[in-house]
Ligand binder design. Structure first.
Ligand code: FAD
Length: 383
């Protein structure tokens, strides 16, 4: 089967690796003019690492990642530790190590791209339309190029052009909070392997250590959509004024050009994800709020599942029917739970936050050991 994939993000590259493993001829078309440094840090949980192992790419990704050694939840702007778990507990429970691997997105994407022979991924091709008939699906690009294949995979992210070609414009939904991300030097007070999420009222701060003595941080604030500032580093420093050390230091030592800001968006889970031989994977199909750090992980699971259906199904349409039947329930559960978790994490009333923090202070140490690895324990199964 010949397959055209639109988008060379986590979903598109992993799908290319997986589809080549089941004998497909694959071409990936990417809008960006080259493979370049994108985004900030990303956490890959055990479910994604296991899926990458099924594809033979797990070792390459682990090489550019730092394993989690301790995770912590804090309340009251980071001044009160609610719970602290050593990672070893989860590794023993799940039988996979590490439980979470933290890496830079650019390193992850480069490690995935290195699994493909030269020429499979082509840069500078922006998809502007898709058509199909009995003989194939044709993807059209802004530069005038067109390519026809048996199967077309839309892996072009949240604002997928393939989705628009299939179903018309469908704006994503705004979660009610905006997020700054940055990468700076690791302060002495943060040990390598640490991951923490520190909650306040209507705002929370995340700290994730990366290889190379760096820290990836994120700062989430309730805000109207579409906000921007000339000085985003100044804006986040002001919004998180009063948070426990080393938050002010982390923001201040991050180069201003390494501070990104995105409103947090997802889509309410809905089918279909395909029409005929053209379908969607990753964020193009099921974007989620990042509260569980599972969007990229699920995109990796998608790749394994899609390749299995390509190997086993009789027609291109049957590939997508089988894929959607397998993947919808799993991804919808994560999207819905992440949405609800985000609402609780972003509560801002004084009394409701006090109740929330008191409740979690008591329950986290008891139920957190079961709740935390829930999504990471998922096994998409071998190819
Ligand atoms: C703040 C934040 C933190 C996150 N943290 C985590 C985390 O810790 N762990 C995790 O697993 N997930 C995390 N996620 C989610 C994760 O980033 C996404 O789920 C993941 O990137 C989805 O991969 P994708 O390949 O489907 O889409 P994308 O990463 O968006 O890639 C899509 C690709 O398609 C290309 N493209 C777009 N349009 C076109 C077009 N018209 N033609 C050709 N190419 C096109 C883009 O340039 C891009 O390369 C986070 C998300 C956010 C916003």
């Amino acid at each position: 089967m010949r397959v055209v994939i639109v988008g060379s993000g986590i979903a598109g590259l992993t799908a290319a690796i997986a589809l080549r493993k089941v004998g497909c001829e694959v071409v990936v078309y990417e809008r960006a003019s080259e493979l370049r440094e994108v985004g900030a840090g990303i956490s890959l949980w055990a479910n994604a690492l296991r899926a990458l192992d099924y594809l033979g790419a797990g070792a390459a990704v682990r090489e550019v990642a730092l394993p989690l050694t301790r995770s912590e939840m804090r309340a009251r702007d980071g001044f009160k530790v609610q719970v602290s778990f050593p990672a070893g507990y989860f590794e023993q429970k799940l039988g996979i190590s590490p439980f979470v691997a933290m890496t830079h997105r650019a390193d992850l994407v480069a490690a995935l791209a290195a699994q493909l022979p030269a020429g499979v991924a082509r840069y500078g091709f922006e998809c502007v339309g898709v058509e199909q008939d009995d003989r194939g699906g044709t993807v059209r690009f802004k530069n005038g190029h067109a390519d026809t294949a048996d199967l077309v995979v839309g892996a072009d992210g949240l604002n997928s052009a393939v989705r628009t070609a299939l179903f018309g414009p469908q704006p994503p939904r705004y979660a009610g909070y905006t997020c700054w991300r940055g990468i700076g030097p690791r302060p002495a007070a943060v040990e390598p392997g640490y991951v923490g999420e520190w909650w306040g009222r209507g705002r929370r701060f995340g700290i994730t250590t990366l290889p190379g003595d760096r820290v990836y941080w994120f700062a989430v604030l309730n805000a109207p959509p579409g906000g921007t500032a000339d000085d985003e580093r100044g804006a986040v420093a002001e919004a998180f004024h009063g948070f426990a050390p080393p938050v002010p230091e982390l923001i201040a030592t991050t180069p201003p050009e390494r501070v990104l800001r995105n409103d947090i968006l997802d889509r309410k889970p809905a089918r279909p994800w395909h029409v005929g031989r053209v379908g969607l994977i990753g964020d193009a199909a099921h974007p989620t709020t990042p509260n569980f750090g599972q969007g990229g992980c699920m995109a990796i699971e998608d790749a394994v599942a899609l390749a299995r259906h390509v190997r086993d199904a009789k027609t291109p349409a049957a590939v997508w029917e089988g894929f959607t039947a397998e993947r919808f329930k799993r991804t919808a559960a994560v999207v819905n739970e992440s949405w609800r978790f985000g609402k609780v994490a972003q509560l801002e009333g004084r009394a409701t936050c006090w109740l929330r923090d008191t409740f979690f202070g008591i329950t986290f140490p008891l139920v957190g050991k079961r709740a935390l690895p829930k999504h990471a324990a998922f096994d998409v199964g071998p190819l």
